[in-house]
Design a protein around this ligand. Sequence first.
Ligand code: SF4
Length: 373
Amino acid sequence: MALLITSKASSLEKLEVLGMASSYDVCAPPSVESLRGKLPGVYFAWSSGGRVSLLKTLFTNQCSRDCRYCALSSLVDGPRYSFRVEELVDLFLRLFEKGLVQGLFLSSAIPSHPDDTMERMVEVAQRLRKREGFKGYIHLKILPGTSPELVKKALKVASRVSINLEALLESSLQSLAPSKSLRSQILPLIPLIRDHFTTQFVVGIGRERDFHLLRAVESLKNRYGLRRAYFQAFRPVPGTPFEDRPPGSRTRQLRLYQGEFLVRCYGFSAEELVDERGDLPQQVDPKTYWARTHPHFFPIDLDRATYHQLLRVPGIGPKLARRLVTLRSRGELSPLHIEKAGINLRKSGPFLLLKGKPLIRGTFPQRELNLNL
Ligand code: SF4
């Protein structure tokens, strides 16, 4: 159905299309990823060393699958392009040498058997690593249905891999993407990529509640060392079978990012964060919601609070909680040092005491009740 063009277009023309098409694969929360570079296919993400600019592209946009929400599916007409392995290696090196990109995020549509494309993607990474001596960040998207041998090869050359779960129930995935299967093509690969992977969910089109998504994050982190989950609010694409469906909520997407962080890094459980319907509250961030619905937990005293108790205070994250515990152990936690330590008194003050005394007038829950929040 779709027209395949591989030879006539230049590398940059291909990048224009394949880089744009890769925006459906998320490599950072929207606030970061929206800071795109001026060149097509250049995006930003976070690594342990800070923000990095990535060449983020598909290897090909030719696809034999029929995912009903996707602009690249076999159900939708449009021009199709594919890189050749050497062409993509060369393009990346040119951009890298000019200082325009620091790493590579490579995903792909699936024109035939997933191994055929995955093999080429792995080859790009192998040539960069082994022949060109590139030591920077390489992220490879594992295509559903890839053979375990190729997954192992990908792990040897990639800094990080990811696999898109997209939905949590086989029935949900079937309604979105009839030719994909959680049971046979996706879940069996997760133990192979443990401790190295991220994943992505499409939200606003399946039947999953926020609770189910956060619970999945919790269990993937505990069992398989999930590094991060990304959430993509469903966007109806003209020409697809789902073009008339309403778009997913951006607020829900934001709340899921916040909830995911609390589950993965702050020790919250999915159950604690959701309302009686199993969804995150939309009007307020999930940590503030939790604090407001647990007045018996507050105020807590900085003089005695554990690291994990501090993490439950709105406005206090892991870094600040660690700093507060260290300052206290050195006897340096006095009212004079509080703001210097980084505590936002307006946000965190109502929830805290120091040596039995409120940090600000009107401590939670009285202050919250007075303000009728
Ligand atoms: S596999 Fe599905 S989601 Fe991926 S490119 Fe093909 S049609 Fe789109």
